[in-house]
Design a protein around this ligand. Sequence first.
Ligand SMILES: [Zn+2]
Ligand SMILES: [Zn+2]
Length: 387
Amino acid sequence: MTLADFEPQLLRWRHHLHRHPETGFEEVNTADYVASVLSALGLEVHRGIGGTGLVANLTVGEGKGVIGLRAEMDALAITEAAEGRAYASQTPGRMHACGHDGHMTMVLGAARLLRERRNFSGTVRFIFQPAEEHGRGAKAMMDDGLFERFPVDEIYGAHNMPGLPAGCFATRTGGIMASEDNFVIHVKGRGTHAARPHMGVDPIVIGAEIVLALQTIVSRSLDPSLPAVISCTEFITDGIRNAIPSNVVIKGDTRSYSPDVQALLEKRMREVSTGICSTHGAECTFEYTHEFAPTVNWAECVPTALAAATAVAGAGKVDGNVQPMMISEDFGAFLRIVPGAFVFIGNGDTGATGGTPLHNARYDFNDSLLPIGARYFAEIARIRLPN
Ligand SMILES: [Zn+2]
Ligand SMILES: [Zn+2]
C-alpha cells in the first residue's frame, strides 16, 4: 500500500459519513462503515460496546504502553440547508452539523498512517463512541466495561472549532469545556381568583423571587476567580389570565469547570429554592441532574498534545493557553477516569470557509483539516509510544 491516495481517501470517507448521518445510539450504519474501514486496514475490531460504540486495536512491537484516540459518531436532528453540497445528508431531519463525520475520518486516517508507518511500539486503541451530543455515550461505553476490557494509559480527543482559523490548534491545562447540569424546580402554591390573592399562595411571585435569587449564587456564594453560569430557561404555569395558578415549574441549565463548583451550585440552588418556598408557605421539589462532566485536561498530557500539534501545524499555529469555552463535551467523562487531553482545531475564521457555527443547518466540516487531524492523532501515538 502507498499513502499516495491518502487525502482522496479521507475525502471519500468523510463525504460518505456526511451523506448518512445518524443520531445518538442509532449509529448502526455509521458503526458498520467505520468497522469495515478499520477491518480493511487490518485492525482487530470489537463492536457493540455501549450500544453502537466500537474499539479497534493496533499493536506494533513489544512496547507495553497503550494510547486511546477517540472520535464520536452521532449526528444531530437538524435538516441540512446547503444548496449544491454534493455530499449533503440523504436523510431529512438528520445532519452532521457538529463535524463528527470529520472527527471520525481524522481518527480513521490516523489508523491508516500508524498501520502503514508502524513507527511506534505499543498499542493504539481507536475508540468510536456513540451519543456525544446528549452526553450519554461515553458513560454507556464505560458502563459496558470499556476501560476494563480495553485499558488505556492516556486518551486524546479533538473538536473542530468554527471561529478559529483553519488548522490552528488550541488547548489548555485544566478545565477547557464546562460541565452541564440541568435543574427543575417545582413550586406548588394554592391557586385562587386573581382579585383575591390573600386566599391562596401565589407560586408566580415565589417563582420570580427564586429566579432572581438564583442569580446571586454565582455573584455571592462562589469564589470570584471561578467561572460558572446559572440560566433559568423555562418558566411554566398552569394558570389562566384571571386566576393565580397553583403550580410553577422553573427549568434551566448550569455550567462550570470543576466538580467542586458543580456541587456548590447544586447545594446553594437547593437551599435558595426550598428556603424561599418555605418562607411563603409553598411546597418545593428540586431536581438536579448531571448531563456532562467538565472537560478537564490533565497537566501531564497537555505537553504531548502541544508537541503533536506543533509537529503538524508549526508553533505559530498552536495556542497552549486558550480561553475555556462554556460549551460541554462528553469527552470530559473519559477524563474523569483516565489521563488525557482535548484540543480544538480551527475550522475557519468567522466569514471564511468553515466559519459557520456548529449546530447550524449550513455548517460543514472543513475538509482541509482531515490530513492535519489524522497526522495530529498519529503523532500523539508516535510521541507516547516510542520505538
Ligand atoms: Zn455538537
Ligand atoms: Zn461535537
